[in-house]
Design a protein around this ligand. Structure first.
Ligand SMILES: C[S@@+](CC[C@H](N)C(=O)[O-])C[C@H]1O[C@@H](n2cnc3c(N)ncnc32)[C@H](O)[C@@H]1O
Length: 412
């Protein structure tokens, strides 16, 4: 039976930034299961401190969600860890690292794994800036000798000079020797793709924005790298040397390394039903990232194609979605010891105008595996996302009949 650590075991006495934006919690029911309302009245900018803004990831949860779960369920020792089995862009890893908690993530997309690992890797920022200088010099010397890609996809989404400049940067990065610096620069490169494309920046799925002004690629890239360096520098001054790593895998079959009995807390944020599928949303990024894919996937390059499908929520996809939840939480159940905690961040959706009670259904599934329901936290939000996501997102404003967005806590 695992005994939980006292907060003072692991946390510092000063109020660091990651504790300034925690949810405001209002109790609704103090008996079992505990029910609370979590209000997160902060802007995306406020919640994107340090490395959280390195990589724009659609559908990530606010840093405060992972932060609050970690504050409440600290692992009992430095050997115990938190595992996020839908790691996305690594929000959980960053929040855990800031608190000195060992963490792992699993994601099926190599881009997501790379972005997560870049956020939590300590590196020599002076060497990184030197590499950026070399890249810019090489770019200026060589971009005249490149011609833009000629395919239909590129022509649809990128101006010819933009596509040519992206190709020059991509070629430089391809020829760099493998290192943390290269990973960082590749994430910066992929991170500017949407911005310099003809697509809307804010929308989840790429759509052409006819009014979009084209941005100079090399200055957008240099600015992105410099911004990331500044954020990384602050982050590096606020962390200890503790493991955090995201692993490329399908959460339906957890890698054997997790059979060590040390996963105290699992944080899990599946794609929301009826919102979007990830691979389709990142098709511009994958277009420019494809050349790196084999290296980062080591023979498993098409793994992301078997991602959990969340859209459209027709009967078949809905059934497969709940089946996926059952299997992936059975996997977590197998690796946790008695006393372990599972925190699932999930939301209801509507299908043809009808509510699909994803929160309640998930509770039913997870309890059937053997977990005990401990706590339900309904989340309210105040910030808008892209219009598309906004129409489909769950949001709780005190009415049980509405779509609910829940942070559900279970114990083994
Ligand atoms: C809602 S996002 C998680 C976002 C994350 N909480 C964050 O803050 O960045 C869901 C993630 O699940 C991943 N995913 C989908 N199917 C998966 C599977 N079978 N195994 C592992 N990850 C999967 C997607 O690639 C996506 O990154």
């Amino acid at each position: 039976m695992i005994k939980q650590a006292e907060p003072s075991d692991l946390l510092s006495k000063n109020e660091p930034i990651f504790r300034q934006y925690l949810p405001k919690i209002t109790p609704i029911n103090k008996n079992s299961p505990i029910i609370n309302e979590w209000d997160i009245p902060y802007t995306i900018k406020e919640l994107s401190y340090y490395v959280h803004s390195h990589y724009r990831y659609y559908g990530k949860f606010p840093s405060a969600v992972a932060g609050q779960i970690l504050e409440q369920y600290l692992p009992p020792s430095k050997d115990h860890y938190v595992l996020d089995n839908f790691c996305g862009s690594g929000t959980t890893l960053v929040e855990a690292k800031l608190r000195g908690i060992k963490s792992f993530g699993v994601d099926i997309s190599w881009l997501s794994v790379l972005a997560s690992n870049v956020k939590v890797t300590v590196l020599d920022l002076n060497a990184l800036k030197k590499e950026l200088n070399n890249l810019v010099l090489w770019f200026e010397k060589n971009n005249g000798s490149f011609s833009e890609p000629n395919d239909v996809f590129s022509k649809k989404w990128f101006d010819s000079s933009t596509a040519r400049d992206l190709l020059v940067i991509q070629t430089y990065l391809l020829n760099l020797t493998d290192s943390h610096i290269r990973n960082f620069l590749i994430i910066a490169f992929i991170g500017i793709v949407r911005r310099v494309s003809k697509a809307h920046d804010g929308e989840v799925r790429p759509h052409i924005n006819k009014k979009k002004k084209q941005r100079d690629v090399i200055s957008a890239f240099s600015k992105k790298v410099n911004d990331m360096c500044n954020d990384h520098d602050k982050f590096q001054h606020n962390i200890t040397d503790i493991t955090s790593e995201c692993i490329l895998a399908d959460n339906l079959h957890l890698p054997k390394q997790f059979n060590d009995g040390k996963c105290y807390l699992a944080i899990s944020h599946p794609p929301y039903l009826n919102s979007f599928n990830y691979a389709a949303v990142f098709n511009l990024e994958f277009y420019w990232g494809n050349v790196f894919e084999d290296e980062y996937t080591q023979g498993n390059s098409k793994l992301y194609k078997t991602e959990m499908k969340a859209h459209p929520a027709n009967e078949s996809i809905t059934e497969k979605y709940f089946n996926h939840l059952k299997i992936c939480y059975e996997e977590i159940f197998k690796i946790q010891e008695e006393g372990g905690v599972l925190a699932v961040v999930i939301g209801d959706c509507t299908r043809n105008g009808q509510l699909v009670p994803v929160v309640d259904k998930s509770i039913e599934i997870i309890v059937s595996i053997g977990y005990k329901l401990k706590e339900i936290n309904y989340r309210t939000t105040h910030y808008g996302l892209g219009k598309y996501a906004y129409n489909h997102r769950a949001d709780y404003h005190g009415d049980q009949e509405e779509k609910k967005d829940g942070i559900i806590i279970f114990t083994k």
